[in-house]
Design a protein around this ligand. Structure first.
Ligand SMILES: NC(=[NH2+])NCCC[C@H](N)C(=O)O
Ligand SMILES: [Mn+2]
Ligand SMILES: [Mn+2]
Length: 299
């Protein structure tokens, strides 16, 4: 049976420091997402963009300095969670387009509302800060901790993903982590594959291990793809680039393994910032990687 994919735009930059990532959904659509998905053999339907609070008050209304704009993040992620869980209930695979990575709170809450899920977090960063540990106060550095109820996020209903536990979470490609964040990751039961692991063992072995972690005893896997996972030479259009990321081929290889596992129940592409991009190449790359994740093959 053909897989139906529902595209959900989440044009928000409230979780990030640098403006512009709210234009990510437009850039990714313009780069040809629907056509790429069709070439992967799935049927996309574009549900349009979620409503995001107006920006007029953004700077004056930053909220708490240790969790900037958290009110707006709650609003956006709550509506994304509903859209994701509805998409799943209606038999489609949700594909959320960020927007900054704070939207993952919505994807995870929605995907884990009526199921036990695993997560693969392809990212340069751990996104495991909490308001107490974050050096920046930017919520896009916190979504994984938020969904898992770590630290300050314990019992925070709008942020905690019901059917998700640390044992089924794998971070792949980590190379930038804050001090207290690293401690929190080490204290957790999350599995981490750093760039050093990829250097030593190769991206395919690491991704297969991550898939084992995320599928073990779960109903399916949420794949969160932060474009800064790739090296900035391949993906310059991101707000927090970090040298030493995976290559174009490595990224495709990982996505092809995701497709082969047939375990993906929800997906998101985040942190594409068209203002910082070069001729929309990062958005284009995002569409190509999405196609690989949904089963596009070279031959
Ligand atoms: N999704 C991202 N790009 N996150 C970047 C986080 C950077 C840094 N660790 C912070 O918490 O501020
Ligand atoms: Mn990142
Ligand atoms: Mn991230």
């Amino acid at each position: 049976m053909e897989r139906n994919v529902r595209i959900l735009g989440a044009p928000t930059d409230y979780g990030a420091n640098r403006r512009g990532v709210d234009m990510g959904p437009s850039a990714i659509r313009y780069a040809g997402l629907a056509g790429e998905l069709e070439s992967a053999g799935v049927s996309p339907t574009d549900a349009g963009d979620l409503a995001v609070p107006h920006h007029a008050t953004r700077d004056a209304d930053a909220g708490a300095a240790n969790a900037k704009h958290v009110q707006e993040v709650e609003e956006v992620t709550t509506s994304l969670a509903d859209a994701v869980s509805t998409a799943l209930a209606e038999g489609t695979t949700p594909l959320a387009l960020g927007g900054d990575h704070s939207i993952a709170i919505g994807s995870l809450v929605g995907s884990a509302r009526d199921a036990d899920i695993g997560v693969i977090w392809f990212d340069a960063h751990g996104d495991f800060n909490t308001p107490s540990t974050s050096p920046s106060g930017n919520v896009h550095g916190m979504p994984l901790a938020a969904a898992l109820g770590v630290g300050d996020f314990a019992g925070v209903e709008w942020a905690n993903a019901a059917g998700l536990t640390e044992e089924n979470v794998a971070i792949v490609g980590l190379r930038s982590v804050d001090g207290a964040e690293a401690e929190a990751i080490r204290d957790s039961d999350v599995t981490v594959y750093t760039m050093s692991d990829i250097d030593e063992r190769g991206v395919t072995e690491v991704t297969n291990d991550a898939l084992d972690v995320a599928t073990d005893g779960t109903d399916g896997v949420h794949v969160s793809l932060d474009l800064d996972w790739l090296d900035p030479r391949e993906a310059p259009g991101v707000g927090t680039p970090v040298r030493g990321g995976v290559t174009y081929r490595e990224a495709h290889a990982a996505m092809e393994l995701v497709a082969r596992s047939e375990a993906m129940r929800s997906f998101e592409l985040v942190e594409v910032n068209p203002i910082l991009d070069e001729h929309n190449e990062t958005a284009t790359l995002a569409t190509e990687l999405a196609a690989s994740a949904f089963g596009k093959r070279i031959l």
